[in-house]
Write a protein that binds this ligand. Structure first.
Ligand SMILES: *Cc1c(COP(=O)(O)O)cnc(C)c1O
Length: 467
């Protein structure tokens, strides 16, 4: 394609995008009246950790195309698995029928799920198509489970104050990010809240955080367990809240409290799953097996929309009965367990074995940590939080007081725009610069990422220095 053809194609697509596409989590007025350097950037294709736009520019995919990519783009084994499945069939339903890829994947997921002696075992896989639906399903299963066990008073959910579990109404109900969720409050069911163990901003200081947060959870659950169906938590890291990393031991404490009081534990591993935090699932790091586990994002290696809610055999048993008992779980999405997506997911898991993906990811995480030490020295970096390849760099106006930048200053966004000039694609969470590269990122790419982030933060925060 000539340069002129390429530019004409880009201009046409950009105009059509502005005319017709409503982008998620995007102020469309800003999108439609772009500032310089903020015009629609249209990704045309990708390879490995690199994205290529319609104007011939390339960018390192620093957030794994919104936290989903694992082994890089155009991974040969996943491409092939999808093509092979496509030569059989693209879609058949799981409502009353089975399919080879959904069967193979369920067995693989169960085999790889966290498993520790003395705890229940996850044996059942319920498919859907997004993280939000995987959470919605976990909530509905937990609720129906207790009803069918005759404990109809157990119908409330406990969630953390800054939780993010998706954008459907059930998952928004358990969510606690006011910016996203507040406006919908009148539509939502009430949820019992426990504090987010956010050490950096814990009111009585970092060292009290774990104990105080665990005690608050225990007090609530011990007092009201008869009305509580389940507690839902993002294990180890609360992603959308700003990559808030929990103190070690917190998840284990929550699990013990839940077990002691007959409250189900739902771990939302949508962001943390598939090697993100250094182990295949984050729960493993605290030897915790949840009663329900939500998976999505990385499940297909970042290829296709697929999600799964894993349940223990005990929970599954609650739904068994004669046909006329109506104990059926009456829930299902049209594309539930899509064969192309399941085939991609099976291939994704196989690569974890063949390429020792976790070993590589942990080496890259260590290299990133080393590089980020210099970023932590920058005057407006408040804290860098990291678990594996899940990283948040919190920018603050003033380090000593931890004073935040204002919403309208868009500091995170400005750093991301500055990084684009350095061939790195990022997307922030408010004042938190997020780094979530593909697990397959290469050493030189890690170095490029760190360098671009350091320069971008220095450039943007330097200019905004208050005198
Ligand atoms: C992204 C995310 C979700 C929602 O997943 P979608 O596929 O966007 O619906 C739920 N929980 C967590 C922890 C997430 O990070």
């Amino acid at each position: 394609m000539s340069d002129a053809d390429r530019d004409a194609r880009h201009a046409r697509l950009a105009a059509l995008d502005r005319a017709h596409v409503w982008h998620p989590f995007t102020q469309m007025q800003t999108w439609l009246e772009p500032a310089v350097g903020d015009e629609p950037l249209i990704i045309d294709h990708a390879m490995g950790s690199w994205l290529f736009d319609t104007q011939g520019r390339k960018y390192l995919d620093g957030v794994s195309s919104l936290w989903v990519n694992v082994h890089g783009h155009r991974k040969m084994e996943i491409d092939s698995a999808i093509k092979l499945q496509l030569s059989n069939v693209a879609h058949t339903t799981l409502l009353g029928l089975a399919s080879p890829p959904s069967i193979e994947l369920a067995a693989e997921l169960v085999q790889r799920a966290p498993r520790f002696p003395g705890q229940p075992t996850l044996t059942r896989v319920f498919y859907s198509d997004s993280g939000s639906t995987s959470v919605e399903i976990a909530l509905k299963i937990a609720f129906q489970h207790w009803r069918q066990r005759g404990k109809t008073k157990k119908r409330k959910f406990v969630a953390l104050s800054d939780a993010y579990h998706g954008d459907t109404l059930g998952s928004v109900s358990v969510g606690g990010v006011d910016l996203f969720h507040e406006i919908f409050r009148p539509l939502l069911f009430d949820v019992l809240r426990i504090p987010t163990p956010h050490a950096y901003r814990w009111p009585t200081g970092e060292k009290h955080c774990l104990e105080a947060a665990a005690l608050a959870a225990e007090a609530l659950i011990a007092g009201r367990h008869e009305e509580i169906a389940a507690l839902i938590v993002e294990p180890l890291v609360q992603g959308a809240a700003g990559m808030i990393t929990h103190p070690a031991g917190y998840l284990k404490r929550l699990a013990e409290i839940c077990r002691a009081h007959d409250v189900l534990l739902i771990c939302d591993e949508v962001a943390t799953g598939f090697g993100r935090t250094g182990t295949l699932f984050a729960c493993e790091q605290e030897q915790v097996v949840p009663d329900l586990m939500c998976l999505a994002k990385g499940i297909t290696g970042g290829y296709l929309p697929l999600a799964a809610t894993l349940a223990t055999e005990e929970i599954h048993q609650s739904f068994l009965g004669p046909f006329e008992s109506k104990k059926t779980f009456f829930h299902g999405h049209t594309y539930t367990g899509n064969p192309l997506a399941c085939a991609a997911a099976v291939a994704n898991l196989k690569i974890f074995d063949e390429e020792q993906t976790l070993v590589h990811a942990n080496a890259m995480a260590a290299r990133l940590a080393e590089g980020l030490a210099s970023v932590a020295q920058l005057p407006h970096v408040g804290e860098i939080r990291q678990r594996g390849l899940m990283i948040g760099i919190e920018l603050v106006r003033e380090r000593a007081t931890k004073e935040e930048y204002g919403y309208d200053e868009r500091m995170g966004h400005r750093v991301c725009l500055a990084a684009r000039k350095r061939e790195v694609m990022l997307r922030p969470l408010g004042n938190v610069v997020v780094l979530m590269p593909p697990l397959a990122i290469q050493p030189q790419e890690v170095d490029l990422l760190v360098e671009a982030v350091r320069e971008s933060i220095a450039e943007v925060t330097g200019r905004s220095e208050i005198r």
